[in-house]
Design a protein. Structure first.
Length: 313
C-alpha cells in the first residue's frame, strides 16, 4: 500500500474531511516535522488539558501560506471543533505506526501535501442547492435544504451544518423584515456569553434561539432570559420542538416562551414579503438566499455553506 493509499484510508475511516480534523492533521504533521517521530500524544495537549497544543488559526494559516493558500480554513484553527483531542490521538497513532513500518521517517512533505490537497477540495466543495420547484410548497423547498445539511453532517461527524444553515437563514429573514444592520450576526460557533448576547439574535425585548437539537442548556438560557425580563423564542425543527416542549415543561417555563417550527417560521414571512404573488415570492426567496450568502461570507469560513439557486425539479 502506498503512502497516499494509507492516508486516504485513514481519512475515510476517521472522518478527516471537515475543517476541524483538517486543522488537526496539518498541525500534528507540522509537530512531526519539528520533533520527529514517534510523537507522544500526552505532550501534544495544552496545560489546561482541553485543547491540542498549537492548534490555532495562526499556525494553521502559516502552514497554508507555505502552499500559497490565503483563505482562512477555520477562524479558531479547529480548537473549538468537538473531538479535536480524539482526532489528534488517532492521527498520532497513525503516524507512529507509519514510522514503525517504513523504518526511516515517512515523507512528511508528501503527507503535508496530501492534507493540503484535502483543504483545497474542502474549499471547492459544492454549495447547498435550492430548487425552485413551483409544484412544491415553500416548507418542502426549505426542507430540502435541511435534508442536504443533515446528509452532510452524517458524512462528516462532529459538524453542525444543519444548525449553521438554520441560524443564518433566520438571520437573513430578519434582515429582510427589519432591514440590514438592525440585528447583529455571529458565526455559528460564537458563544452567546462571550459575545454578550442573550440569544442568537436579540430584537427589542426578544431573544431568538435557533437550534436543530435543543437541550437542557438551551432551556436554561431561556430561563435566564426570563429572569432578565426578556422574552425567549426558540426556532427549531419539528422533532426539536417536541423535545424543547418537554424540557420547558419540566423546567416550569413552557407557558412563558414561544416555540416556533423553523420551516413555518420562514415560509410564513416569505409569503407575506412576497405579497402572496408567485413572481414576487420568487424574488423574495432570491433576496433571502443572497442575504444568507452574504452573512456566510462574512461570518463563516466554509464556502460549502453557501446556497445556490437552481430551477426546476
Amino acid at each position: 500500500m502506498t503512502l497516499d493509499d494509507a492516508l486516504t484510508r485513514f481519512a475515510k475511516e476517521h472522518g478527516f474531511q471537515g475543517k476541524g480534523p483538517l486543522c488537526v492533521a496539518l498541525v500534528i504533521t507540522d509537530h512531526a516535522r519539528q520533533s520527529g517521530l514517534p510523537l507522544d500524544p500526552t505532550n501534544l495537549i495544552t496545560d489546561g488539558g482541553g485543547q491540542v497544543l498549537g492548534l490555532g488559526k495562526g499556525r494553521v494559516q502559516e502552514i497554508l501560506k507555505r502552499h500559497g493558500i490565503q483563505r482562512v480554513l477555520a477562524s479558531e484553527g479547529g480548537r473549538t471543533s468537538r473531538g479535536s483531542l480524539g482526532n489528534m490521538r488517532a492521527y498520532v497513532d497513525f503516524l507512529n505506526a507509519l514510522a514503525r513500518k517504513t523504518g526511516p521517517a515517512p515523507d512528511l512533505d508528501l503527507i503535508e501535501r496530501f492534507w493540503i490537497a484535502r483543504v483545497q477540495a474542502f474549499f471547492a466543495a459544492k454549495p447547498f442547492l435550492l430548487r425552485m420547484d413551483g409544484s412544491l410548497g415553500l416548507r418542502a423547498v426549505l426542507r430540502s435544504l435541511m435534508t442536504q445539511a443533515e446528509a452532510r453532517q452524517k458524512d462528516m461527524p462532529g459538524t453542525m451544518f444543519l444548525g449553521t444553515l438554520m441560524q443564518h437563514l433566520v438571520g437573513a429573514k430578519l434582515d429582510l423584515v427589519l432591514g440590514v444592520g438592525v440585528i447583529h450576526h455571529n458565526g455559528a460557533n460564537t458563544n452567546d456569553e462571550t459575545s454578550g448576547r442573550a440569544g442568537d439574535f436579540d430584537v427589542g425585548d426578544v431573544s431568538i434561539h435557533v437550534s436543530s437539537a435543543p437541550g437542557e442548556a438551551l432551556i436554561r438560557k431561556c430561563a435566564a432570559n426570563l429572569d432578565a425580563g426578556r422574552r425567549p423564542v426558540i426556532v427549531t425543527t419539528r422533532r426539536g420542538a417536541s423535545t424543547a416542549e418537554g424540557l420547558a415543561d419540566n423546567a416550569g417555563i413552557l407557558d412563558r416562551l414561544d416555540l416556533l417550527e423553523f420551516e413555518q417560521f420562514l415560509a410564513t414571512n416569505l409569503y407575506e414579503l412576497g405579497r402572496f404573488a408567485a413572481e414576487q415570492r420568487r424574488l423574495t426567496i432570491a433576496e433571502l438566499v443572497a442575504r444568507y450568502n452574504a452573512i456566510v461570507e462574512i461570518h463563516e469560513t466554509d464556502p460549502s455553506l453557501r446556497i445556490e439557486m437552481a430551477q426546476g425539479r
